[in-house]
Design a protein around this ligand. Structure first.
Ligand code: ATP
Ligand code: LTN
Length: 336
């Protein structure tokens, strides 16, 4: 982070959970876009490590996931000279505002969240209160920074809606405390599906590792996963999400890493088998990820640099967010 002048750029907030190893879906769907927004916007990017414990984590693995993801995002091009790239748990205002906002959020509206329903089904043995109030913590993240825009995947739009509802309700009671943020799904953000079950999105926490390409996978592993990707019997490389979800997904990935359109891909591979196409997709992904993997290897060994970077970012984020927290507390009636 250099000398920070706010320059009146619109503010962006986004976050990603260290809930596993970063996937190609996270990279193509979200992180590439984070990187490209850094000049036009004043960006706050966080590792949402408080959100992550809504699902039980092994402490050692959790710690490693946090460190790896921090290094990997830097390697992807999240630039601490341009953006405030911090770790959520380092800034206590997130937990504090989340508590306050819990009291301005209705049980009924949280019950409607589809992610809560999905995750309760998936983790039926641990439907904890944090899983239920997860969107409130997310609202706190966003509202603390008076964010104008929040880039998210389509799966998070419902959480953005509830954030806006909570903020509007709070402002209605106390006046203008929070900026009402706009969520948006980046147009160029590819939605990447599992290579094994292309009806489901590729997800870090998926147990089927063959369905999921990790950004740090070795080239041989990446090639193997693409060669095993589920397709269909029709032997035509054609974009058709409904009838050909597997091939369509591979086309989406190929298009995201090469910049080719679906039409160009269809014509380049017309009359050629799926084998050729899968190899081409795998190779393009390997080449795309190679510089990121090299950069990651360098950064993860430089713990001093990582610590200095996240400390500076947390200091800035803490100062910035405190203003919003203080304002909200005063309005409620707390004595500061
Ligand atoms: P989890 O499995 O823990 O839910 P996840 O892999 O789904 O994790 P998140 O941490 O929830 O990922 O999401 C980080 C960002 O990546 C979000 O903006 C999300 O919308 C985006 N994202 C996640 N998976 C994909 C995907 N398959 N395609 C495109 N974008 C994705
Ligand atoms: N819930 C999000 C991660 C997240 C987030 C946020 C995204 C936590 N806080 C604030 C945008 C803004 C997810 O799982 N993708």
């Amino acid at each position: 982070m250099g000398e920070r002048t706010m320059e009146k750029k619109p503010i962006v907030f986004s976050a990603i959970q260290p809930s596993g190893t970063m996937t190609l879906g996270n990279y193509l769907g979200a992180i590439k876009n984070w990187v490209s927004m850094q000049d036009e916007y004043f960006c706050f990017y966080a590792l949402a490590d408080l959100h992550t414990i809504t699902v039980r984590q092994d402490p050692k693995e959790f710690r490693k996931n946090i460190l790896d993801l921090y290094a990997l995002l830097l390697a992807c091009g999240v630039d601490p000279e341009k953006s405030v790239f911090f770790i959520q748990s380092h800034v206590s205002a997130h937990s504090q505002l989340a508590w306050l906002l819990n009291c301005y959020t209705q049980f009924g509206e949280l019950s409607r969240m589809t992610q809560f329903k999905d995750k309760s089904r998936k983790h039926a043995d641990n439907i904890n209160a944090g899983l239920f109030t997860y969107p409130v913590l997310m609202a706190a993240d966003i509202l603390l920074y008076q964010a104008d825009k929040v880039p998210v995947g389509a799966d998070q739009l419902q959480h953005l809606e509830i954030t806006r509802d909570i903020a509007t309700r709070f402002n209605g009671l106390y006046g203008n405390v929070f900026k009402i943020p706009e969520g948006f799904v980046p147009k160029n953000g590819a939605r990447v599906m599992s290579l094994q079950t292309p009806e489901n999105k590729m997800s870090k926490s998926d147990e089927n590792v063959n369905g999921c390409v990790y950004v740090l996978d070795k080239p041989e592993t990446i090639m193997k996963k693409f060669k095993r990707a589920i397709t269909d019997n029709d032997a035509q490389v054609r974009f058709d999400p409904e009838n050909k979800p597997g091939i369509t997904n591979l086309m989406t990935i190929y298009s995201a890493v090469t910049g080719l359109t679906s039409e160009q891909i269809e014509s380049d591979f017309s009359g050629r088998g799926y084998g050729d196409f899968k190899t081409a997709v795998g190779e393009a992904v390997v080449e795309n990820l190679r510089p990121i993997q090299n950069e990651y290897e360098r950064i993860i060994k430089d713990r001093a640099f990582m610590e200095e970077t996240w400390t500076k970012a947390a200091d800035f984020a803490a100062k910035f967010s405190q203003r919003t927290l203080d304002k909200a507390m005063k309005k409620i009636g707390y004595i500061l």
